[in-house]
Design a protein around this ligand. Structure first.
Ligand code: G6P
Length: 501
């Protein structure tokens, strides 16, 4: 990918970037831009774990996947830096040029917590929680999308490639196309796209589809997501859809361009995880973790943002029943649940936290002994080295999502198991299930099935574990995140051959 940065002005700026970062030209133009709600770094307080010079790595799979590409590219990343009402000039951090977009306290409440995370997030995740529809939230969503689009319009050089990310910014592709028809516009949806029967509930369904269709290429995690999107384009906009091509018409009924919709399953930085997994200090840390837990026969691990889509209560219920049945004991097994704080001011997230903490307290109160604890619940963010040490320490990884675009934790665990041991219990409702067919796949709603699958993982013979792990590792090693981004970007560059047949 060719990307150059053109300095248009070298005038000083009055507002400086934060510590640990250096200012860049506020009018620089770029041939390649990524746009996402969050920048790869997030504002933090000095006493928070993982906070260095006022910044820490942003949460979630999106940043995990895109950061490696951006450190190797001469482009810029447009996004929010995680603090309300703070205006920052463009700056560079960790080798990436960043263009911060400001969000006010009102925007955070209406655009981010409201429309993005209490309307779209539940709607796109099988309505596990009921979505709320408020016109004031929608107004804010439009205004904030406009602000992101304006930042791109200011910084994109003529003919630049712009890659817009995720559900928070679905109106940006059309805004860009209207203002800058010279741009190549890609969009990638990191979360599922719902079937039209569910998407139909959204009062602004036409505007969302229309916004996405501003892109030349709309990427999804699974081919079922791409199919859902094309069915919605047909049903709600009357678009003509042929194969993977949506013919987008102007108000005069003439086709203005063709948007393609296709699956590009996202992945992880395989090299980084493999290197950490072979680092003697991290291997020693994994040994230490096992020892601190009293060297149990089996360590089970869950790693999630504390989100109701992740199926944490289902996992705890299954584990509690296994303890009650005597199939596992606190002497022989320990469950570590890392649940990193997320969207804590949104009501359903607050309720989930109360539920999970109540259940963990109940399980531990019932089954702990003075020496052993049933569930180690860790409501923190950890740096990647500590995560890899946990992956190395864990015999069984539990990914029980009720719906998940991909789930990169599953891919990280498999990549870290360089000895081809360990077992992955994986929900069939996570996008990763399409690629990791040798995982122990299960339906997390079926608690008996989940219990059986956990026991199968706990008791799996080394030869079977190695056969499964080898096959999953091969899949991921062949399809790392570099391949994901280069396949998307080369598809974006391809000339569209009209399929009018
Ligand atoms: C998921 C989404 C991302 C989001 C991340 C963290 O991975 O796909 O867009 O950034 O969760 O959530 P947050 O609300 O903290 O940005």
């Amino acid at each position: 990918m060719q990307a150059t940065k053109h300095a248009e002005s070298d005038r000083d700026t009055d507002s400086k970037a934060a510590h640990g970062a250096s200012d860049t030209d506020p009018d620089a133009q770029y041939d390649f831009m990524v746009v996402s709600n969050r920048l790869p770094v997030d504002r933090c307080a000095a006493d928070e774990p993982g906070c260095e010079d006022g910044w820490r790595r942003s949460p979630g799979g999106l940043v995990t996947a895109l950061a490696p590409m951006m450190t190797k590219t001469d482009g810029a990343w447009v996004g929010w830096h995680g603090a309300p009402d703070e205006h920052l000039q463009p700056f560079s951090h960790g080798g990436i040029d960043l263009v911060p977009v400001q969000l006010s306290t009102h925007d955070i409440e209406f655009f981010y917590e409201g429309f993005s995370n209490a309307t779209l997030w539940p709607l796109y995740h099988d309505v596990i929680a009921p979505p709320e529809f408020h016109r004031t939230w929608w107004d804010s969503y439009r205004k904030v999308n406009r602000r992101f689009a304006d930042a791109v319009i200011h910084h994109a050089s003529p003919g630049a490639t712009v890659w817009v990310q995720d559900y928070q910014l679905q109106l940006v592709p059309k805004m860009l196309r209207e203002a800058r028809p010279d741009l190549k516009i890609g969009f990638f949806n990191h979360i599922p796209f719902p079937p039209p029967e569910i998407f139909a509930q959204l009062p602004w369904r036409r505007a969302i589809i229309d916004g996405l269709l501003g892109a030349d290429l709309v990427g999804f995690q699974r081919s079922s997501d791409a199919g859902n999107f094309m069915r919605s384009a047909r049903r709600f906009l009357g678009a003509s859809v042929k194969q993977q091509q949506v013919h987008v018409k102007g108000s005069d009924g003439v086709t203005t361009h063709i948007a393609r919709a296709q699956a590009f399953p996202i992945s992880i930085d395989v090299q980084q995880i493999s290197k950490l997994a072979r680092d003697p200090e991290i291997i020693e840390r994994a040994r230490q973790i096992r020892q601190d837990l009293g060297n149990p026969k089996t360590i089970l691990l869950g790693v999630d943002r504390l989100d109701y889509t992740k199926g944490i209560p289902h996992r705890l219920k299954a584990y509690e029943e296994l303890l009650a049945d005597g199939k596992v004991t606190v002497e022989d097994a320990a469950l570590i649940q890392v649940a990193s704080p997320s969207r804590e001011r949104v009501e359903h997230y607050r309720l989930l936290r109360e539920e999970v903490e109540g259940t963990v307290g109940h399980i531990n109160g019932t089954y702990d002994t003075l020496q052993n604890t049933a569930v180690r619940y860790l409501n923190h963010n950890y740096p990647i080295d500590e995560m890899v040490a946990l992956y190395l320490a864990a015999d069984v990884m539990l990914v029980t999502a009720l719906r998940d675009g991909m789930n990169l934790v599953a891919k990280e665990y498999v990549t870290a198991r360089t000895n081809n041991d360990g077992a992955l219990v994986l929900s069939e409702f996570a996008g990763a299930a399409d690629q990791l067919k040798q995982a122990l796949l299960m339906n997390p709603h079926d608690i008996d099935g989940l219990k059986d699958t956990i026991m199968k993982a706990v008791n799996m013979q080394p030869a079977e574990a190695a056969r499964r792990m080898r096959s999953m590792r091969k899949q991921i090693l062949d399809h790392d995140v570099d391949r994901w981004s280069s396949e998307f970007l080369s598809a974006l560059e391809e000339k569209v051959i009209r399929d009018d047949s």
